[in-house]
Design a protein around this ligand. Structure first.
Ligand code: NAD
Ligand code: DAU
Length: 348
């Protein structure tokens, strides 16, 4: 094996796309998917690669330092790509402590495990996956660049900002080789239907209300998940040690416009009369402390490494809606909780 890469959070939405890309593209790397399978982790996302000889799954919580140490020893881990996290802003508002536990303490635990296991830190890489939300909220002008000061506004973004600071502190203090990336909103197959786009697709199918927070005027920059996975692959191999890279879709949308677009496409796909699904749009109480706008300037990764998204929003949203319509059973299982029962029986 040329490398033995520990990918944390590999059963989640983005993690499963990163794991699949690495397993398929690099047959001479061993890929260890470490995930404790919270409600957001689903091994069914990776059923197509589970038999591959360069792929291993390990059910471990990043807060468990003994088990982490064991994994580093058992698989002689050479590098880490860290995605495991609590990721949903609304959940962070009702339960901030669980975000501190996984995103901050869990990250420090993982940093310690790597630092203690690796003898020559210059030979190994700790790649930390983060979010554009650490930069705070923009009004209607400007973009986040890599030098925008941190100004997190939600318990989720505060926990991710803290984890970013710890990664940089380990680089500065102990000489750990690190690369960080901060990405905008992802969408695509396998996203848990608590996030805006899959929630709308699911609710339109079920003819349930589509809750739009406030007036729906908040703006997000959307990137197809496989384009994010490609950026992570590129930065893992070619990112400059100690550097941070912003990743974004050059694709800003007001929430209400995106919800209307999903309604239009779903009407066509489901053979409903035009305008039928939009009747489900329901304006509800705004999210507490709702950030108005995120917009990424992804010039650095574009100019230095030649990365740009392959999917346009038109092709990406089409593929996403197709995937959810073709995978009704997946959607049914994750919304009914059947898959959690399955994991309890199989993994305890
Ligand atoms: P997700 O919620 O879909 O998946 C998170 C995964 O981490 C799950 O498989 C879960 O089981 C696992 N996990 C959670 N706590 C764990 C713990 N204590 N130990 C081990 N595993 C644990 O999240 P996602 O949307 O795929 O996001 C992945 C990463 O990318 C996160 O770090 C997130 O902050 C970051 N990110 C997400 C987006 C986005 O739009 N979704 C954008 C930018 C950055
Ligand atoms: O910007 C990157 C971040 O994007 C990631 O770091 C987070 O992990 C990811 O969850 C996402 O955060 P958001 O809060 O932007 O995503 P969400 O899908 O929850 O919401 C998108 C927008 O839609 C946001 O402005 C809130 C709004 N919204 C969301 C939901 C779930 C609604 O209006 N109604 C809803 O029901």
């Amino acid at each position: 094996m040329k490398k033995s890469i520990l990918i944390t959070g590999g059963a989640g939405f983005i993690g499963s796309h990163v794991v699949r890309l690495f397993v398929n593209r690099y047959p001479d790397y061993r890929i260890i998917n470490l995930d404790c399978l919270t409600y957001a982790g689903n091994l069914e996302n990776l059923s197509d690669i589970e038999g591959k000889t360069n792929y291993v799954f390990s059910k471990v919580d990043i807060n468990d330092s003994t088990q982490l140490e064991q994994v580093f020893n058992d698989f002689q881990v050479t590098d880490v790509i860290h995605l495991a996290a609590e990721s949903h802003v609304d959940r962070s508002i009702t339960d901030p402590l669980s975000f501190v536990k996984t995103n901050v303490v869990g990250t420090v635990n993982l940093l310690n495990a790597a630092k203690n296991y690796w003898k020559d830190l210059s030979q190994h890489l700790f790649y930390h996956v983060s979010t554009d939300e650490v930069y705070g909220s923009l009004d209607n002008g400007g973009f986040f660049t890599e030098s925008t000061p941190y100004d997190p506004q939600s318990p989720y973004s505060a926990s991710k900002a803290a984890s970013d600071h710890f990664v940089r502190a380990y680089a500065n203090t102990y000489g750990l080789r690190t690369v960080l990336s901060n990405c905008s909103n992802n969408y695509g197959p396998n996203q848990f239907p608590e996030k805006l786009i899959p929630l709308c697709i699911h609710n339109i199918k079920e003819e349930k209300p589509l809750p739009v927070y406030g007036k729906g005027e908040n703006v997000r920059d959307w990137l197809y998940v496989e384009d994010h996975a490609r950026a992570i692959d590129l930065l893992f191999h070619q990112g400059e040690t100690g550097n941070t890279y912003n990743i974004g879709g050059f694709n800003e949308w007001k929430n209400i416009d995106i919800v209307r677009l999903v309604c239009e496409i779903m009407d066509q796909k489901l053979g409903r009369t035009a305008g039928e699904s939009a009747k489900l749009i329901t304006f509800v109480k705004d999210r507490a402390g709702h950030d108005l706008r995120y917009a990424i300037d992804a010039k650095k990764i574009n100019e230095e490494l030649g990365w740009k998204p392959l999917q346009t929003f038109e092709t990406g949203i089409e593929k996403t809606i197709h995937w959810y319509l073709d995978n009704e059973a997946w959607l049914q299982r994750v919304t009914s909780g059947d898959y959690l029962k399955y994991y309890q029986e199989h993994y305890g």
